[in-house]
Design a protein around this ligand. Structure first.
Ligand SMILES: *Cc1c(COP(=O)(O)O)cnc(C)c1O
Length: 230
């Protein structure tokens, strides 16, 4: 757990500097510390350093960690979600960053009803690079999906999420981040029911500063906080 508090501080400073460069208020950017592959003690150390939001990739891995750490932090599912895990996911996560089909939205709506949850806050994951290896919806399918959600009132779309193709140079991600922002603005202008489109979850350890400059409201940072994954 050595060094977690210090690294949280460094990441926060870098977010603040990136926000300042782009005339933004750092308070508008949520740091989601992605703790996959790390134990509950690491999450507690991040929490003690002021982290309020924790990201996990897999439902099964997260369930015992949520039980161990508790609900004093907000839990974000940042990895792919299968429809058969929707019920468990809505019970353990406060936000789901990986909605990518109407079928999954239907499963989340059902899970919300079964769990007496008024709303499930979700982000729609967009596959900006069109990479077969990555989850997410093709850009062209975004508006049709959002329109299809009209009949699923408990699924509230808070915004968009993307993982651009990995490129060594963080600057190379900038056009992708800009495109996600433009997509979000276009979707918001449609004024669809329960589509808020106020958030952009983008930017990871190697490129979160560029993402902040391009409008990220949530950055998902693992390695830069917890160190390399074992
Ligand atoms: C693992 C993961 C992250 C964090 O990645 P780092 O490069 O370690 O910061 C962010 N988002 C998603 C979806 C992830 O799976």
């Amino acid at each position: 757990m050595e060094g977690i508090a210090e690294r949280v501080g460094t990441v926060r400073d870098r977010i603040a500097a990136a926000a300042a460069r782009s005339g933004r208020d750092p308070a508008d950017i949520t740091l989601v510390a992605v703790s996959k592959a790390f134990p509950p003690e690491a999450i507690r150390a991040a929490e003690a350093a002021g982290v309020t939001d924790i990201g996990e990739s897999r439902v099964q891995e997260a369930v015992p960690k949520v039980a161990a750490v508790g609900r004093g932090v907000r839990w974000h599912l940042v990895g792919h979600l299968q429809t058969n895990k929707a019920k468990t996911a809505v019970r353990h996560f406060d936000w789901i960053h990986s909605l990518d089909s109407l079928r999954l939205a239907e499963a989340l709506q059902k899970a919300a009803v079964a769990g007496s949850l008024e709303v499930v806050p979700v982000l729609v994951e967009v596959n900006l690079g069109g990479e077969a290896s990555k989850a997410g919806l093709p850009e062209a399918d975004l508006l049709p999906l959002l329109r299809g959600l009209a009949v699923l009132p408990r699924v509230r779309v808070e915004g968009l999420m993307a993982i651009p193709p990995f490129l060594e140079d963080p600057e190379a991600g900038r056009p992708y981040f800009g495109r996600l922002r433009a997509l979000g603005e276009k979707a918001r202008s449609e004024g669809l029911p329960h589509v808020r489109m106020a958030h952009l979850s983008m930017g990871m350890s190697h490129d979160f500063e560029v993402a902040v400059e391009e409008g990220a409201t949530m950055v998902r940072v693992g390695t830069a906080i917890f160190g390399p994954r074992p």
